[in-house]
Design a protein around this ligand. Structure first.
Ligand code: ZN
Length: 175
């Protein structure tokens, strides 16, 4: 798919949905909720839909493997203090591409595509840098624990860990 195709799709969408497109909704999430989940395309649209979420209901952050050692935590903290979020759901899923990542293979592919070895070395431990993990459920539990212990997240924010099966659209509570 080319970018131009998407621009064309957008034009067509505006023609077909003119009035809907103009609807204005507040920036504060209606359900005062933020979800951190995986960027896996099999979750896209389906997760939101199967939870009954609509546009404007919840902040949804997506990362590889629903990891959050970087900007994601800052986004969640910003959402708590600026967008009135008081609930956070961390949602993992089976067959995650970030589980058991073969970082040596990635290193080889980087080098074969022209990335300099010294630039890769600057990243340090690649497994740590990519935040790869062995068990997709344990990863959710670890991330929830990290958020609960985060010194900048107040105790009144509810934080829960969940697991979404992309093949059946079932959601399970883990903690
Ligand atoms: Zn995933």
């Amino acid at each position: 798919m080319k970018f131009d195709e998407l621009l064309e799709n957008n034009k067509k969408y505006l023609q077909d949905n003119g009035e809907i497109c103009k609807s204005k909704i507040p920036k504060y999430p209606r359900k005062r909720m933020a979800i951190l989940t995986c960027m896996d395309t099999r979750l896209t649209f389906q997760l939101e839909k199967s939870l009954g979420l609509k546009r404007g209901d919840s902040i949804i952050l997506k990362t590889a493997g629903n990891n959050m050692r970087g900007q994601e935590v800052r986004s969640l903290i910003a959402a708590i203090y600026t967008l009135k979020v008081d609930k956070i759901m961390v949602i993992g899923h089976p067959d995650c591409g970030m589980a058991n990542l073969d970082v040596e293979n990635i290193r080889d592919r980087m080098i074969s595509r022209g990335v300099k070895k010294e630039d890769i070395d600057k990243l340090g431990d690649l497994e740590y840098w990519f935040e790869t993990f062995c068990d997709t459920k344990d990863n959710v539990l670890d991330n929830v624990k990290m958020l609960k212990e985060h010194p900048l997240i107040p105790n009144d924010v509810k934080i829960g860990g969940f697991y979404f099966n992309q093949d059946t659209s079932e959601l399970f509570k883990l903690c």
